[in-house]
Design a protein around this ligand. Structure first.
Ligand SMILES: [Zn+2]
Ligand SMILES: [Zn+2]
Length: 397
């Protein structure tokens, strides 16, 4: 795998184009164009792009395809109208402009300790450290009831987060009655990845600017930063234009329930911990809030780096997304990430019969009993069209 994992300044154009060429050509993609990789570790702020993004239409007109793209074009030979079929949300944009030059420079240098620590970062870091402490003590207070509680809470909060936060609120893959939507999103908040306004805003940015500077958790900033570092870096997230003021989730900000969860999130987490302690004592707290949250969140956060580094790419998306079956098992279907980037609106991420997707199973059940409506899943023809149009797009770059 050839992605630069060292902290790096972002070029305006990622190496995606190079990778796509290798994918199209059937090679492993080990060579990265020098234009698209960092060549210096200086502290200067990169304000001018190393290479300008050219809109795809212009690129088609002005660029002479090399032998790879010619071969791919000839092999694909897709009718022009099928190109419209792919559901792709990614946008190519200019680097971030901000008056906060010092923090921007730190961000681009991948700094973690030498940076601003917002009160929000400290709060969430303390919660995380507390959860890890509880998790470490859990084996010493083993209790079958506590393990059972942790297991049930893992399922409830995990499915609620993937179903409610992700497929319902972020991608509007289906509809639920408002009361049920609020039940799922409230339950999802106890998964431990903050409130829906924050999560959906971050996730929308990830899809819109995948692999670019505005992507909030790209592995191009380092594996561990992509895994969890970004989560404790308020200034870094605030510089991503939409996340800073949550301007990309006006529909959630308009609802008192989500504003309430946004303002009081931490207290709900603490409240569940207190409740578990009073019900089952320390073992319930250690397993229900420690072991459960630590395991579930490490698996879930691993999707950001792992599913942009390793795994299969049945869809030749213009990003680095991959499918990872092991993570899909551990994250209620979220590991089918390449499928998801190819067709983000699909309520089903495991698009093949053998790709197990437990969240999809729950959505299907809700549809069968009449609670989920307008459920979008691509047909076989849609999937085929998307594959062909992505190949065509890649070949034309
Ligand atoms: Zn992704
Ligand atoms: Zn998504």
């Amino acid at each position: 795998m050839s992605l630069p994992l060292n902290p790096s300044a972002f070029p305006i154009v990622t190496n995606t184009k190079c990778r796509i060429r290798h994918v199209v050509a059937g090679s492993s993609g080990n060579n990265i164009s020098p234009q698209n990789t960092r060549t210096s570790s200086t502290n200067s702020i990169v304000t001018s792009p190393t290479k300008q993004v050219v809109p795809k239409t212009s690129a088609n007109q002005n660029t002479t395809p090399n032998h790879v793209t010619k071969a791919a074009s000839a092999a694909v030979a897709v009718p022009a109208d099928t190109v419209e079929a792919a559901t792709i949300e990614t946008e190519k944009v200019a680097p971030i402009e901000t008056s906060n030059k010092l923090e921007l420079q730190r961000m681009r240098n991948g700094g973690f300790w030498n940076r601003k620590w917002h009160m929000m970062d400290v709060t969430h870091l303390l919660l995380t450290v507390g959860a890890h402490g509880l998790a470490l003590s859990a084996p010493f207070v083993f209790n079958a009831g506590a393990v059972w509680v942790a297991f049930v809470l893992s399922l409830m909060t995990g499915i609620s987060k993937t179903l409610g936060y992700h497929r319902l609120l972020s991608h509007k893959s289906f509809k639920l009655p408002k009361w049920l939507e609020y039940c799922f999103t409230y339950c999802g908040c106890h998964f431990g990845q903050r409130d829906p306004i924050f999560w959906v805003s971050v996730h929308k940015n990830h899809h819109k600017y995948t692999d670019q500077e505005r992507d909030p958790h790209s592995p191009r900033e380092g594996f561990w930063f992509s895994h969890f570092g970004w989560y404790y870096y308020h200034e870094y997230l605030a510089m991503k234009p939409e996340i800073g003021v949550y301007s990309n989730v006006p529909e959630l900000k308009a609802q008192w329930f989500y504003r309430f969860l946004h303002d009081t999130y931490v207290w709900h987490i603490i409240g569940l911990g207190v409740l578990l302690y009073f019900v089952g004592g320390y073992p319930y707290l250690a397993w229900g809030m420690g072991a459960r949250m630590v395991m579930a969140n490490h698996f879930s956060f691993l999707v950001s780096p792992v599913c942009h580094l390793w795994g299969g790419r049945p869809y030749n998306t213009s990003d680095t997304s991959t499918n990872n079956g092991i993570l899909a098992l551990l994250t209620f279907g979220e590991g089918w990430h390449n499928n998801h980037h190819a067709i983000p609106k699909s309520a089903r991420h495991g698009l093949e019969w053998w790709q197990f997707d437990s969240t999809w199973g729950v959505i299907k059940f809700l549809e069968m009993v009449g609670l989920a409506t307008d459920v979008y899943i691509p047909t076989e023809a849609d999937k085929k069209r998307t594959k062909l149009s992505l190949l065509t797009n890649a070949a034309s770059i």
